[in-house]
Design a protein around this ligand. Structure first.
Ligand SMILES: O=c1ccn([C@@H]2O[C@H](COP(=O)(O)OP(=O)(O)O[C@H]3O[C@H](CO)[C@@H](O)[C@H](O)[C@H]3O)[C@@H](O)[C@H]2O)c(=O)[nH]1
Ligand SMILES: [Mn+2]
Length: 727
């Protein structure tokens, strides 16, 4: 397979791409499968199937159809970071978001910041901005300490050619050599960690035995009257490149702590609001043309990454229309079979590669290098539009002066105030877009509709590694928020199916419409109930084994699953991780997809207001051992678990009942093969749930009351089923 050069100029080739070799097979499959789906609906209409079953198949068919956008023209890229010249590198602003010191331990955030400060990139060209929506002196304290530690850590990384530059990951891995300098820096790190953890335990920072200087103490003191919902803007320059140097005398990156103003009465737009505040502060302090956005738990795993992104940003054939270069989200510490499907391979890698052959990947919130001017409005030739809303640009490079100067800091506080955005286009036409909890989906989509394109960069060595939820309830709560955000996005006036198809393209519109995950709760629930009840009450919903229509069902099921499996394997998955992934899809269908949809409806009708439930990044005792052993974590009485328990009991009952009947009644097996198979498939998927309900005794087993409630609900559904199906 030959690589195509996308750079027609004489410059060295910085990147190449090739078409995915599976594409012709995908397209052939598309043809056959579409035809089969038409046959299926013909069959439904002529055999008077129940309406719920037809609706379910219709939703699944739409999901399948939208997936074709990702399979139409997937490509694979390669880049050559070594060919990026060392001189004239553009400067880089890094945005790191955190929002709660208890759910996002400050040491995690610090580790993320240090890992990018230590990039193999001219340090005076890097500025790291930390947005603290938690408005916490604990986080600020941790960063004051980090600024001091960085003076040792950065030269240590360079001198020893360390690749893993997040201290937490480095000291935790086996690559630590145990040499003298290693021990020394490790001790220093441990000391800092102890201090921060000590302060965390107390819950506040007090002078006393902490060796913070008077100036730092003054800053921290102010927090006494602040709450995370009600406080003025805080912008604290912890390191300034032109002023501060490391212990070897080298320049250091700038490090700036920002906690935008919060008032209970004004909307703050969650993460998108935080990123917009950083966009403005940074435009005043450093104004780098390239911006990297990172979640607080996504640390660098490869110090060459900025150069890799530059292979596209500096490519004259791509640059004029390029809005962002997205790296995949990849995770550390997942267990071997990835029981909670936390890798979300389809969302974070497979689909992005698919879109890369069209207008480019959607923005996934972290690990993304933006071209600053793309955040300021529609694509147009030249250096980019400067609408009147960009008041902060009145400060030009020449009169910018020191980051710590009074006038600069005054301006920085102004642009992070609550009222700054009133009557401006921030969040509607410029910056990160508001209106959806999935600000990432929304922002990338709107940029692509404005004429910008994006690039997916997926090097073999992960550019970033992050944390994924390590217990089921956390994973489902995260997913629920996504579903709410997706529906807000799909039902906005910028819906992918109307606005998107018009402004971007048919395939891009379809790709973004694929995110109607909430609706999948209907077919996924129906397929855990209807066939099972049909089996129990002996109602013929599906063709018999001897009926030719049976082959259509078998074909649709088997090929869809095989294609999914093949894609998973091609993207370095295993059969076990694939099995976990498809199981999580069904689990989500019964829980987060459904409750996210209900939440969305309640938000829209004004019964409740949208809220951003942070994903927990701290693990509780006992949990991580079970997680590492691949054991499901239930433990808490979550309503999610009642629906899972109910599904498990229903499937087990119908399967056993079906088996019994098959041995007793002639022809039952042949007549009822499809529902019997689906029940067996259900039981196989529900096995960890059944185990947690009836066989386990550890702290992560299903709480008794959840099991009882599930049995009750399953009983009620059975009775109901009688009236619906038989009566
Ligand atoms: O009011 C808020 C809420 C969240 N965050 C930050 O947003 C990031 C993502 O939050 P998290 O709880 O980790 O959500 P996840 O579901 O794990 O994040 C995924 O989904 C989000 C959209 O829902 C994207 O923004 C993220 O990049 C993507 O990783 C974190 O760094 C938070 O600190 C804020 O800064 N302010
Ligand atoms: Mn996260």
């Amino acid at each position: 397979m030959s690589y195509t050069n996308s750079n027609p100029n004489q410059l060295p080739t910085l990147n190449t791409f090739k078409l995915d070799p599976l594409t012709p097979f995908n397209r052939l499959h598309l043809l056959l499968y579409s035809f089969s789906l038409l046959l299926l609906f013909y069959h439904h209409l002529t055999s008077s199937s129940p309406l719920l079953l037809i609706l379910s198949d219709l939703i699944l068919a739409f999901q399948w159809a939208f997936t074709q956008a990702f399979r139409w023209r997937p490509i694979r890229r390669r880049e050559f970071p070594d060919r990026i010249p060392d001189d004239n590198l553009p400067s880089l602003d890094v945005f790191i978001c955190t929002a709660d010191p208890w759910k996002e331990p400050p040491m995690t955030v610090v580790s993320t910041a240090l890992s990018v400060m230590a990039y193999e990139y001219p340090p005076d060209k890097i500025s790291v901005y930390v947005s603290d929506d938690g408005g916490s002196d604990l986080t600020l304290f941790a960063f004051m300490e980090a600024a001091k530690f960085a003076r040792y850590w950065l030269p240590f990384c360079t001198e020893n050619g360390i690749v893993e530059r997040a201290p937490e990951a480095y000291f935790g891995s086996s690559s630590v050599s145990g040499s003298g300098s290693d021990e020394e820096i490790k001790m220093m790190y441990e000391k800092m960690k102890e201090k921060v953890e000590d302060v965390m335990e107390k819950g506040y920072v007090c002078g006393g035995h902490l060796d913070i200087n008077a100036e730092e103490y003054d800053v921290l003191k102010k927090w006494k009257s602040y709450t995370h919902r009600d406080h003025p803007a805080v912008v604290q320059v912890l390191l300034e490149s032109s002023k501060d140097s490391d212990i070897m005398g080298n320049a250091m990156p700038s490090l700036i702590y920002v906690s935008r103003e919060k008032r209970p009465t004004s909307a703050h737009h969650f993460k998108a609001g935080a990123l917009n505040a950083l966009t403005r502060v940074s435009s005043i302090l450093s104004n780098a043309p390239v911006i990297l956005t990172l979640d607080c738990d996504m640390s660098s795993y490869d110090p060459q990454t900025p150069r890799r992104a530059l292979c596209y940003i500096l490519d004259p054939a791509i640059a004029p229309k390029l809005a962002y270069v997205q790296f995949p989200q990849r995770f550390q510490g997942l267990n071997k079979t990835d029981i909670y499907g936390s890798e979300i391979k389809r969302l974070y890698r497979i689909n992005l590669r698919g879109l890369d052959g069209l207008l480019g990947p959607n923005y996934i919130g972290s690990g993304c290098f933006f071209v600053r001017r793309a955040l300021y409005g529609p694509q147009s030739p030249g250096p980019g539009p400067f609408p009147s809303d960009l008041k902060e640009f009145s400060m030009t490079d020449a009169n910018r002066g020191s980051m710590r100067s009074e006038s600069v800091l005054k301006r920085a506080h102004e642009v992070t105030g609550c009222n700054y955005e009133l009557d401006t286009k921030w969040g509607s036409e410029i910056g990160f877009r508001y209106g959806s909890l999935s600000e990432d989906l929304n922002t990338g989509f709107r940029m692509q509709c404005e004429g910008w394109v994006s690039i997916f960069c997926d090097p073999e060595r992960p550019a970033f590694l992050g944390d994924a939820p390590k217990n089921l309830n956390d994973a489902l709560s995260q997913n629920k928020r996504w579903v709410v955000g997706q529906l807000e996005f799909i039902f906005s006036k910028y819906s992918p199916l109307t606005f998107g198809i018009r402004k971007a393209s048919l395939l891009m519109g379809m790709a973004y419409a694929w995110f109607f995950w909430g609706f999948l709760s209907i077919p996924l629930t129906m397929y855990t109930l209807l066939p099972q009840l049909a089996l129990i009450y002996n109602v013929q919903l599906f063709p018999k084994l001897s009926d030719p229509w049976f082959y259509l069902y078998a074909y649709l099921f088997l090929t869809a699953y095989s294609q999914d499996l093949i894609e998973f394997l091609v993207h370095n998955g295993t059969i076990q991780t694939w099995w976990s992934d498809q199981r999580m899809w069904m689990i989500r269908g019964l829980t987060s997809f459904a409750s996210g949809t209900i939440q969305f409806i309640m938000n829209q009708t004004g019964i409740s207001a949208p809220g951003f439930t942070l994903t927990n990044k701290a693990t509780e005792e006992g949990q991580s051992e079970r997680y590492d052993n691949g054991v499901f974590e239930f433990g808490v009485s979550s309503p999610f678990f009642v629906s899972l328990g109910t599904a498990a009991i229903l499937n087990l009952s119908s399967f056993m009942f079906g088996l019994l009947m098959a041995t007793r009644r002639d022809g039952f097996f042949c007549e009822m093969f499809v529902p019997l198979f689906l029940s067996a498939f259900g039981v196989a998927n529900c096995w960890p749930i059944l185990e947690a309900m009836f066989l386990r005794e550890d702290g992560g087993k299903m709480p008794r009351n959840v099991t009882n409630a599930s049995i009750l609900v399953a009983g009620v559904i059975c009775m109901f089923g009688y009236f619906v199906l038989v009566d």
